[in-house]
Structures are given as structure tokens and as C-alpha cells.
Design a protein around this ligand. Sequence first.
Ligand code: NAD
Length: 278
Amino acid sequence: MTQTNYSGKVQRVAIIANGKYQSKRVVSKLFAALRDDKDFYLSKHNPDIVISIGGDGMLLSAFHMYEKDLDRVRFVGIHTGHLGFYTDYRDFEVDKLLEDLRKDKGEKISYPVLHVKLTLQDGRIIESRALNEATIKRIEKTMVADVLINGVKFERFRGDGISVSTPTGSTAYNKSLGGAILHPTIEALQLTEISSLNNRVYRTLGSSVIIPKHEHIEIVPKRLGTYTLSVDNKTFSHKNVAKVEYSLDSKKISFVATPFHTSFWERVKDAFIGEFDS
Ligand code: NAD
């Protein structure tokens, strides 16, 4: 039996999937179930709910596809790969997801997103949002850059680069770099160094730094050259970067708050610790 959803309004649902065989099977099942359901309308245009099928990489892509609609869109992820930090359902749990969507009351769980503003030497500005992190590296040689916190010079960095991550991104590249894991209800951004040079001449703090919301970080490269700015799963090259500014975005990403939405610490344990003998 189909229950009328919370708003009495038909929910527009976009299904976004990677090309894997398991993902295509999930897409077919979802299409068959939602196509003739009067409470849902399948459309990639202006969706209320985006169902991402694949892994975290697919959810990152879905986020970037709909980042301009963060005010209205809620995401839900089905994972058909190994690890799922942004995905609540496994590929064999499609019926459970359908049941939860039919009972959905419009509740959501929201997490902070990073706002990145890149200024080039010629004055051009390129703005983007990151769900995991934004990383700046210099291609040709060691990156030399000043790090400013709230406009105040904090340190001069020398090394491979710098990553600034969101709380949900703290378990991704940030963790590999030795950064701390942040619970996503802590509205903060984290700066983590990538292979800094530290000796008697060159000095940086060395540990990662966590900045609260309303504060901002600025990286000012001190050498001309080519830099790469990686924003989640996309990398862009820029010549002559004047500065990169990072702050929390005014918008957040929202997920459908299904009963299945796993607690953050359970995800962390599942992903990095697994079972152990007590
Ligand atoms: P991908 O699909 O190969 O993803 C890499 C791995 O990161 C996957 O196992 C994925 O599940 C995991 N992952 C992604 N987001 C996560 C999160 N928030 N918490 C825990 N694990 C997470 O590659 P992609 O699709 O290009 O994904 C891009 C992401 O990969 C980047 O945002 C970055 O965080 C991560 N990455 C990690 C490293 C590293 O750990 N050395 C290096 C580069 C990129």
C-alpha cells in the first residue's frame, strides 16, 4: 500500500548511478518501483530527493550535480561498492529504502559544506563548494605559502600542499594525512598539512588545526607557478594563484533522515576498526 507522503505533494526523485553492473540492477529495481507510484515523480530536473547509487565517489558527484539546489534537495545513498561513508543502504536493501521513502516525513540530517574562493593574480575569482575537502598543491616545486587565520598571518608553510576538510570529509583524505576525525555536528573546518618541511630553518605547527564556523583560513602562495586545486573528486590546474580562502558555506548538505541513517561513530568503527574480541 502506498502511503501519502508528508507534504501531500509528489516528491520529485532523481536517480544517479555509476556504471557498475550492481548499480544498474539497483537502478532498474528503483525505476520499476517508483515509475507507477503516484507519490513520486522520477526526474533529474529540480528533484526533492536524489538517490545516489555506487559509493562515496558517486555521492560526491551527485552533490556537485545538485550543489546549487542544496536548500531543497535531500540525498540518500545506496552503496554497491566496499565502503560507504555517505551511503546508508546496501544494494540488497532497496525494498527497505522504498519502505522508508514511503513513510518519509520530510526529516533531514544536515552537515557542513566547505566554501572555497580562489583568486588569481589577474583578479579572476573562482568559487566552489566541497563536501569532503579542497587541497592545494604546487606542481613544479615545493609549495611555499603563508597561512592566515582570520586575516592574521599564522605560519609560512613549505611542503607538498595543504588540505582543508569538512567534518564529514575528516575521515577521507584528511585522515590519511594524519588529521583528526571530527563528528559532523561540530561545525568546523580542518587544515591539515601535506608533507611539510620542518627543520631549524623552516617551521610549521605540524599538527592539524580546527577552526570554528564564522572563522576563515587563507592560503597565500609566495611563488609563481602552476598549482592544482582538488575539490573532492575533481582537480583543476591554475597558473599564478594569488590566494585561496576557505570558510564554511552558508548552505549544508541534507540527507533523508531514515531510521537507517547510521550513527557516525558506527560508520567510523565499521570502516577503520571492524570487529574485535572483547
Ligand atoms: P575514490 O572513489 O577512489 O575514493 C577514495 C576512497 O575514499 C574510497 O574508498 C571512498 O569510499 C573513500 N571516501 C570518500 N569520501 C570519504 C569520506 N568522507 N570518509 C571516508 N572515506 C571516504 O576516489 P574519488 O571518487 O575520486 O573520491 C575522492 C575522495 O578521495 C577525495 O575527496 C579524497 O577525500 C579521497 N582521497 C583520498 C586520498 C588518500 O586517502 N590518500 C587521496 C586522494 C583522494
